[in-house]
Design a protein around this ligand. Structure first.
Ligand SMILES: Nc1ccn([C@@H]2O[C@H](COP(=O)(O)OP(=O)(O)O)[C@@H](O)[C@H]2O)c(=O)n1
Ligand SMILES: [Ca+2]
Length: 443
């Protein structure tokens, strides 16, 4: 994947003197380069030796980290491989094995054992991927995001404790606190670290970092490194988090908006979020095809929804409906208006679904491209009826979230990215760095 040069606009590293959260990253930020170096590793004699006696591997030490992402719409396993070539140099990230299952854990709110089974199926992959002699040294961690945040404490805990049992029965290293619900601010920071690490923007001292936008099913995150003192002054205090890197403390702006993920926003638009749903109750919207009547399951609840049979449909009434969900609900930092951002998750999926970007390659869009596509889809719903009935609502929500929610300009650039150098742009890599560092596994 190529990175659009327009997206590497310079930014001041924003070093701060205070150290409110002296977490992570001695590993991350002292081992940035070289990151990917497999190209020269294939040697003619490698096939002649078993891997552990091959001369080229004599000094290399491979280790693994397993991170589960229990998202609101699916559970994913990331098995990262690191190689330490000699004790003097720091480890390199060599690759990732990734697999996912649907639905997410929160769909098993009333059947926690079944939820844990879905985790077990993924964990079995790690048994095949990690060599047996390394099982005991390989940590396994699961972090749940917005789906579990929205469940009752009791239901969420039941799921987490079933998963913990699965981990304890596995041959892997199970650290304390290995199964938990992650704080939303970490979700943003760790994704920002992943993206800026993978694009090499954290190397050296004159960093050019890029902000990140993640749109999940139930929550959405915005994270960037402020360049202007104004932003630091004007932001709510809990939107700013410091962490250490290269002996400096960096202060990021990050916030996770719970209930503003794409699927939660569908419910909010329909007026069905956080309400007791009466049996057979029907939720209607001008963002849906007129004649549609259907059912939808989310977070263990069944919803009936449909189009405005008699009333209006199309982009204009839909935008007004969606606007009620976002207007005045989000903090709008001035400085992001002129910046560019990496955007992934549902930003990527919906852009790919409507051919705004190539599904494999990703691409660069302006905010107005989402609006143009939303108009096209909403004003011609019958033409797009074979796609999801929610396509109009989703694109309209993305447009409203970017423009009226965060306050981006029509021409703000978004780099839509799923993978960088074949590694998923997910918070899970940043979380794995933190995990390995905290366990002292690499040194
Ligand atoms: N490794 C991953 C994980 C999720 N996703 C995307 O994230 C979106 C779903 O978000 P999610 O299930 O993690 O929901 P949240 O718990 O983050 O709200 C979908 O668009 C997925 O395609 C991804 O692109 N890559
Ligand atoms: Ca997510």
């Amino acid at each position: 994947m190529t990175v659009d040069p327009r997206l590497t606009a310079s930014s001041d590293p924003g070093r701060m003197t205070s150290s409110r959260l002296p977490i992570l990253l001695a590993l991350v930020f002292s081992s940035l380069f070289p990151v990917f170096s497999h190209s020269n590793r294939e040697m003619w004699f490698q096939d002649l030796f078993p891997p552990n006696t091959c001369p080229i591997n004599a000094k290399t030490n491979t280790f693994y980290g397993i991170m589960f992402d229990a998202g609101s719409t699916g559970t994913r396993i990331h098995i990262y491989t690191f190689v330490q070539k000699s004790p003097e140099i720091l480890p390199e990230l060599e690759g990732e094995i990734f697999e996912s299952v649907k639905p997410g854990l929160s769909a098993y709110a009333d059947q926690p054992e079944k939820g844990a089974e879905s985790v077990k199926r993924l964990l079995d992959m790690a048994i095949d991927a990690v060599p047996p002699h390394l099982w005991k040294k390989t940590p396994v961690v699961l972090k749940a995001t917005a789906g579990l945040r929205l469940l009752s404490e009791e239901k969420a805990q039941a799921l987490l404790s079933e998963v913990k049992e699965v981990f304890e029965e596995s041959p892997f290293l199970v650290p304390e606190d290995s199964v938990s619900i992650m704080d939303g601010s970490y979700e943003g920071i760790l994704a920002w670290i992943t993206v800026n690490f993978l694009t090499g923007q954290l190397a050296g001292h004159n960093q050019h970092t890029t902000g990140t936008l993640d749109l999940g099913g139930a929550s959405t995150q915005i994270t960037f490194l402020p360049r202007f003192e104004e932003t630091l002054k004007e932001s709510p205090r809990d939107f700013l988090t410091s962490f250490e890197m290269f002996n400096s403390t960096y202060k990021l702006y990050t916030h996770s908006y719970l209930g503003f993920g794409l699927k939660a926003a569908r419910l909010a638009t329909l007026g069905a979020l956080n309400t007791e749903v009466a049996d057979g109750q029907m939720f209607r919207s001008s963002c849906l095809p007129k004649q549609l009547e259907a059912e939808w399951h989310f977070g263990g609840v069944k919803y009936r929804y449909g189009g405005n049979k008699e009333g209006e449909t199309g982009f204009k009434p839909c935008y007004l409906e969606v606007l009620k969900v976002v207007k005045g609900k989000l903090h709008q930092p001035d400085e992001i208006r002129g910046s560019s951002f990496y955007a992934f998750s549902y930003y990527y999926d919906r852009a790919a679904d409507t051919n705004l970007i190539d599904y494999e390659q990703g691409g660069v869009l302006e905010v107005r491209d989402f609006e143009r596509k939303a108009k096209e889809v909403c004003d011609n719903m019958e033409r797009f009826s074979s796609a999801s009935p929610f396509l109009c609502m989703d694109l309209t929500y993305i447009t409203a979230l970017l423009k009226e929610g965060f306050g981006f300009r029509d021409n703000t650039l978004l780099q839509l990215t799923k993978k960088v150098n074949n590694i998923e742009t997910s918070w899970t890599l940043g979380a794995t760095f933190h995990l390995l560092q905290s366990l002292g596994i690499t040194y």
